[in-house]
Design a binder for this molecule. Structure first.
Ligand code: 13P
Length: 349
């Protein structure tokens, strides 16, 4: 099936109380591992491409590869820009056919974060692309080995979150409640009370970053309280390198690079499948009437029951990427935002 955006994917997760895993793609092996895991677990999945990982993959080259791979799998896949920091990166992702983007203005002063996120939302929504933003600040670095810790002074404020969502129109919000990217210095302690307050105040799907190293029971509780998307990368990276280290320790003369990559891919797949089970997204694509033949999702379910057909009226993902806007209007909108940004820069300079 083709790619879908986050809106329908997460609203289903929100109502059924599970979370969709967003796993970072840093090369072909990680892409294959994540998609194989999703098919085996019959789970919707989000492919994250992070701006900080552009040193590993070229955005313009990998996008067509991902789109083709997503068409081959019978589960819904969202192609999501993770932590887009620069406005230009958001525009590049839109041009590459991403179905969702994260604009991370979390280090900006509040009003600037609102303004910039609102611009991104206007542009992205015009082409049917969903937007995740971050308020408060989740510290650390994806795949980081230094040992990260979150700063309570930078946790998301529930009242400010309500104001932010209202002013920007974002589809999902990444919250700072005690998780951090990379390895943890000590066991993370999530602020569940704050999570409940943010959920009540915003009512939109919430996102937990820094998913590596969080205890399973905390994941379950966070999902129960409103987390619908969970980002994971460091554990995938760890399991891949652990596998390679083990192999080379046992067989120091082994030198087949492609076979080492295959082993790494298997290890990543295992990690992703474990997370899908914990997040409750496994077997979601098997649920009768959850997905239909129109968008092509859940062909696996049809293969199991070939006589069973799915109605497009009940499909949860078909309508997500339909937009009614001309190419001319999109160009006008992008130019308008770029012009305004340029004049703002002039004023600031
Ligand atoms: P981890 O690398 O800590 O799992 O975090 C991933 C993430 O949040 C990507 O945005």
């Amino acid at each position: 099936m083709g790619l879908v955006n986050l809106r329908e994917m997460l609203s289903d997760a929100d109502t059924q109380r599970y979370a969709v895993g967003a796993f970072n793609v840093v090369n072909l092996e990680s892409l294959q591992a994540i998609l194989e895991a999703a098919v085996e677990k019959r789970s919707p999945v989000i492919l994250n491409i992070a701006e900080v990982h552009f040193k590993y993959i070229d955005l313009e080259s990998i996008s067509p590869v991902i789109q083709r791979a997503a068409e081959q799998v019978p589960v819904p896949v969202a192609l999501h820009l993770d932590h887009g920091i620069h406005f230009e990166t958001i525009v590049r992702a839109l041009r590459c056919g991403f179905t969702s983007v994260m604009f991370d203005g979390s280090t900006l002063p509040y009003e600037e974060n609102v303004q910039a996120t609102r611009d991104v939302v206007r542009m992205a929504h015009a082409v049917g692309v969903t937007v995740e933003a971050e308020l408060g600040h989740v510290g650390g670095e994806e795949g980081g080995t230094e040992g990260a810790q979150s700063d309570p002074a930078l946790y998301t404020d529930p009242d400010q979150a309500a104001d932010f969502v209202k002013k920007t129109g974002v589809d999902a919000l990444a919250v700072a409640i005690g998780s951090a990217h990379g390895l943890y210095k000590r066991k993370p302690k999530l602020d569940f009370e704050r999570l409940v307050q943010i959920k009540d105040a915003t009512g939109i799907p919430l996102v937990l970053h820094g998913g590596s190293g969080i205890p399973n029971e905390d994941f379950r509780k966070a999902i129960e309280l409103g987390i619908c998307k969970i980002n994971v990368f460091t554990e995938m990276s760890q399991s891949a390198t652990r596998q390679i280290k083990d192999k080379l320790q046992k067989d120091p003369d082994f030198f087949s690079f492609p076979d080492l990559m295959l082993m790494a891919r298997e290890a990543i797949k295992e990690t992703v499948m474990e997370k899908m089970d914990i997040f409750g997204s496994s077997t979601i694509c098997q649920a009768p009437n959850a997905f239909c033949q129109t968008c092509g999702a859940c062909v696996l379910a049809n293969l199991d029951n070939p006589q069973e057909s799915f109605s497009s009226e009940t499909c949860k993902s078909c309508d997500s990427s339909k937009v009614d806007i001309s190419q001319e209007e999109i160009t006008k909108l992008v130019s308008e935002v770029l012009r305004r940004l340029a004049s703002e820069k002039k004023v600031a300079g």
